[in-house]
Design a protein around this ligand. Structure first.
Ligand SMILES: [Cu+2]
Length: 258
């Protein structure tokens, strides 16, 4: 449905940033529908407003008329636009529910998982190693660099170590709050290779503005090369696992305190 609708849309967001996730097209179509409807009424109402200001401007000897809005014609002038705007609301609400369900509620069975931890003021990403299973000894941890494979369904688990942050990947049209004490699960499927920005989108302290990171979307072979180059040394693997366990205990303690 969204592919079909997209043919008639101006593609406002796409003209600024490519769509690198599977659901990006849905957000873009919704954005265009809202921009067109709201823009139409904005221009119409402002245009009419300035016309009236000019048409009924002050003139010598002319007294102002007191309009009560009680005649049939005056009531119609209010009611007709009112119902037209309600109709526009319905046109916006229906696809909004569909997109919300597809992006936020319906998390598909993943091919891979990634753990994302936000803190003042950096991002830590836990990538599954060559075994493609998250939480094992060969996980690859990186700071401010998220490495993912093209055409792979990901589930992400988003956490915060301190205050509220927001994981924003504009090229995915993805934005999700990170809340201390909670693990928030969501999904994305990269469909383009390249390197783009990640930015914290929730005011989280003095260095919020520079709490950025980069996302690297690669082909499967390139991603494997990166994993191999960054895999933890086997004997040091337990160190990483210990770090993970410490963090999990910390999280639980937070929950108890709360
Ligand atoms: Cu922030």
């Amino acid at each position: 449905m969204f592919e079909f609708l997209d043919r008639f849309m101006p593609g406002i967001l796409e003209s600024l940033l490519p769509r690198a996730s599977e659901f990006a097209i849905q957000i873009d179509v919704l954005f265009d529908v809202i921009a067109i409807l709201v823009g139409f009424w904005f221009i119409l109402v402002l245009g009419y407003f300035f016309y009236l200001v000019f048409r009924y401007r002050h003139r010598e000897g002319q007294k102002a008329e007191y309009v009560t809005g009680e005649t049939h014609k005056q009531k119609q002038a209010i009611e007709i636009p009112h119902f037209l705007i309600l109709a526009c609301d319905i046109v916006i609400i229906i696809p909004t529910f569909v997109v919300w369900y597809n992006v936020k509620i319906d998390v598909p069975q993943p091919d891979e998982e990634v753990r994302i931890v936000a803190q003042q003021w950096a991002w830590t990403f836990y990538h599954a190693g060559e075994d493609e299973i998250l939480g094992t000894d060969d996980d690859v941890v990186s700071i401010n660099e998220l490495h993912v494979k093209e055409n792979t369904k990901y589930t992400y688990h988003l956490e915060s170590r301190d205050v509220m942050h927001s994981f924003s990947v504009p090229v995915f049209r993805l934005k999700q709050d990170a809340v201390p004490g909670r693990v928030i699960t969501g999904h994305f499927k990269p469909i383009l290779t390249g390197e783009w920005d990640i930015q914290c989108a929730e005011m989280c302290g003095v260095a919020h503005g520079i709490m950025g990171a980069r996302i690297f979307i690669k082909s499967e072979a390139e991603h494997k090369e990166w994993l191999a180059a960054n895999s933890p040394i086997k004997s040091g693997g337990s160190l990483l696992a210990a770090t993970n366990e410490d963090e999990i205990t910390e999280l639980k303690e937070d929950k108890n305190n709360g």
